[in-house]
Design a protein around this ligand. Sequence first.
Ligand SMILES: Cc1cc2nc3c(=O)[nH]c(=O)nc-3n(C[C@H](O)[C@H](O)[C@H](O)COP(=O)(O)O)c2cc1C
Length: 186
Amino acid sequence: MAKKAKNKNILIGVCGGIAAYKTCELVRLLIKNGFAIKVMMTEAAAKFVTPLTFQTLSKNPVYIDMFQVLKEESTQHITLSRWADLCVIAPLSANTLSKIASGISDNLLTTVVCALGGKTSVVLAPAMNENMWKNPIIQENVEKLKKFKKYVFMNPQKGELACGIYGEGRMPEPKDIYAKIKTALR
Ligand SMILES: Cc1cc2nc3c(=O)[nH]c(=O)nc-3n(C[C@H](O)[C@H](O)[C@H](O)COP(=O)(O)O)c2cc1C
């Protein structure tokens, strides 16, 4: 029997950017609505929000280090990729966006994304400085990702950016990512 949307497993990936604090609200929203949540972070992400915050909000361990020796499993990237009904990367940094577009798998988050089955969609919510977003190389990578149906791309919004300027680069609001997750699960 197909799982009810509420019983779905959502794997959240967090990259290193100021907008990581907004992902706490997204996790809270998903948990409140009955989703099972696991969070994986890049090492840079852990400089912005502590793993303890995500562990507490998601009610699950937080995954960062691919080479951490765990009791039951050594291939946690495969276990996580199989666990996920849907993956969401928010905020998606310019760095990780480019790695995903190239199939680079040099940390837990990028390896899990690479190992996801073809049917597992990945909602991508980038956030970065406007110049980074408009950088032609980043735009080329965005276009590359948009060609694949499994990547559900959310363009960053216009507004005040962490660097103090007004421009395009803000991470979409948690409620909008939540709405996109529900659509993607359908
Ligand atoms: C204060 C600060 C804010 C940053 N904000 C962003 C951001 O919003 N988007 C981004 O792509 N990179 C941002 N960076 C740079 C990333 O943290 C950096 O490129 C890092 O290598 C990303 O690693 P990751 O993709 O593994 O998370 C920021 C760096 C600092 C110090």
